[in-house]
Design a protein around this ligand. Structure first.
Ligand code: GLY
Length: 286
């Protein structure tokens, strides 16, 4: 039965991806989706699946997140990440963190804590208290000349119908210090709710936040199929002349992917599918 299948989708950013980064991003998305798929196939939790997949993307310098993050106007890295449990609606998020090697790990550790979002030094102190790794001396946390805006993310569904979503970003290159985009904001850069689905966004963070884009896609998922729900990003982004890309899973694990950016790196695997044939790479469909 379709509803007993696990499914996972990841993205590596909606933007104009330079030619030299296209193959690394496609391969990085495939590897992250496969890692999450192994967790789901062995009965692991959706939260572990999305966390591990996003950690792999954060570890990969081809992506603007974690170790591949761009720098702001002060030449500093400031990263944001959020994760959501669709079963409990628990959210954990961190913003403006500079030294965490995997910001999504800190967000994951916050899931059962009273605060939803910790920022800057407070988030880093919390992460230290939980034994979460900080960047080691000599380990660069920025891509020299890092380009563009993009984000990484993952959505997953287990065989019982539980869903989760996670998003992580190095933000926009050259922005004001302290700027926070959509990635750590539930309802903007991500959302998950059992019985409806899970969604993760990439793109122009201010436009995504101003239009509550994840919430709009979730609303669409209540009545539309996965493909049609993904297309809910087009009108709000056109109104603000902004770019975005979305991955989602509906309540039964069907995938929806849409973007109005020149490129969107994404991969997905659903139980019973050949993992490699689940890699998608789209151009100019918006
Ligand atoms: N979508 C990532 C950001 O704008 O920060």
């Amino acid at each position: 039965m379709a509803e007993d299948r696990w499914a996972i989708a990841v993205h590596g950013g909606a933007c104009d991806i330079p030619a030299d980064l296209q193959a690394p991003r496609r391969e990085g998305c495939a590897a992250a989706a496969k890692a999450g798929a192994m967790i789901l196939a062995s009965g692991g939790s959706v939260l572990d699946a999305v966390k591990v997949a996003v950690c792999l993307l954060e570890d990969d310098p081809a992506f603007n997140a974690g170790g591949g993050s761009v720098t702001n106007a002060d030449g500093e890295v400031e990263m944001d990440a959020g994760i959501m449990d669709g079963a409990t609606l628990d959210v954990g998020a961190v913003a403006c963190v500079r030294s965490l090697y995997n910001p999504v790990e800190a967000a994951h550790a916050m899931l059962r804590e009273p605060p939803v979002l910790l920022v800057g030094a407070g988030a880093e102190a919390f992460a230290r208290s939980r034994g979460i790794a900080e960047a080691r001396a000599g380990m660069p946390l920025a891509t020299p000349g890092g380009r563009g805006h993009d984000t990484v993310g993952c959505v997953a569904r287990d065989r019982k119908g539980h869903v989760a979503a996670a998003t992580s970003t190095g933000g926009l290159a050259g922005t004001l210090a302290g700027r926070v985009g959509d990635a750590p904001l539930p309802g903007s850069g991500f959302y998950a709710e059992d019985g409806i689905g899970a969604v993760s966004l990439s793109g122009d963070g201010e436009a995504i936040a101003r239009t509550l884009l994840a919430a709009r896609v979730m609303r669409a998922l209540e009545t539309a199929d996965a493909s049609a729900a993904a297309e809910a990003i087009f009108a709000p982004m056109a109104r603000l002349a902004a770019e975005a890309g979305v991955i989602l899973l509906d309540r039964e694990g069907r995938v929806g992917i849409a973007h109005n950016s020149p490129h969107f790196a994404a991969a997905f695997v659903r139980e019973g599918m050949e993992p490699v044939s689940g890699i998608v790479w789209k151009e100019n469909n918006g």
